[in-house]
Ligand binder design. Structure first.
Ligand SMILES: C[S@@+](CC[C@H](N)C(=O)[O-])C[C@H]1O[C@@H](n2cnc3c(N)ncnc32)[C@H](O)[C@@H]1O
Length: 204
């Protein structure tokens, strides 16, 4: 029987997808300033999911410097899609806007500054893809709006569900008839943190 590779963490660290100078600059900034970004492995996974599902209307909760939103915007370019991203920290939102310009995706992303739970209630539906990446204890409160906004078969991806604060969310979504979901605990090089879980949920 074939065995698992030796030192899987360093093995898979060497297989991290390549990225451009802007993205590596944002990774270095995130490391220096302790900004918890998704990193290139989850970035590439989001790209693949958005591209493969041909998602056109994308919502992100938790922009920070715009690293993950740039992956989402690049992924929906072929489908002529649009990303709305919500961030409550004004300085982060300003940095994100500059980064969107630099990445050449500013026309594909609308940033809303304010509290996600307030702003999400004002949004209208027909969303194909939601990426949830704010404070983990907030996830549970946002779940009904995520369900309301997503089209049937739309995809919700929630980051950092390995955190204790996501426990209520994890238990609410697992096996619920509103969702078909799975959570994976994984090693994610350059993700914050590198050992963490992700939840993938189809809106039923
Ligand atoms: C984990 S970071 C987002 C990282 C980003 N998705 C990335 O990977 O590039 C979470 C961000 O959500 C913002 N945030 C936290 N709670 C929020 C809330 N209730 N409403 C809006 N933004 C919030 C924080 O200011 C922070 O910038």
């Amino acid at each position: 029987m074939s065995k698992i590779v030796e030192n899987p963490e360093s093995y898979f660290r060497n297989l991290v997808p390549s990225r451009d100078e802007l993205m590596t600059t944002l990774e270095i900034q995130a490391e220096k300033e302790s900004i918890p970004i998704i990193g290139p492995v989850l970035g590439e996974l989001l790209y693949i999911l958005v591209f493969a599902t041909k998602a056109k209307k994308i919502l992100e909760l938790g922009t920070a410097t715009g690293y993950s939103a740039i992956y989402l915007a690049r992924a929906c370019e072929a489908a002529n899609g649009q990303v709305t991203t919500i961030e409550n920290n004004h300085s982060m939102a300003e940095q994100a806007e500059q980064n969107f310009q630099q990445a050449g995706v500013a026309d594909r992303i609308q940033i809303e500054v304010g509290d996600a739970s307030e702003l999400i209630s004002q949004l209208q539906g027909d969303i194909d893809f939601i990426f949830l990446d704010i404070e983990k204890q907030e996830y549970i409160k946002l779940l009904p709006d995520c369900h309301r906004l997503l089209i049937p078969g739309g995809l919700l991806v929630a980051d950092n569900v390995g955190f204790k604060d996501a426990d209520e969310f994890n238990r609410a979504i697992a096996g619920h008839s509103d969702w078909k979901s799975v959570s994976l605990f994984s090693f994610l090089p350059l993700h914050s943190p590198e050992n963490d879980a992700l939840c993938f949920a189809l809106r039923c």
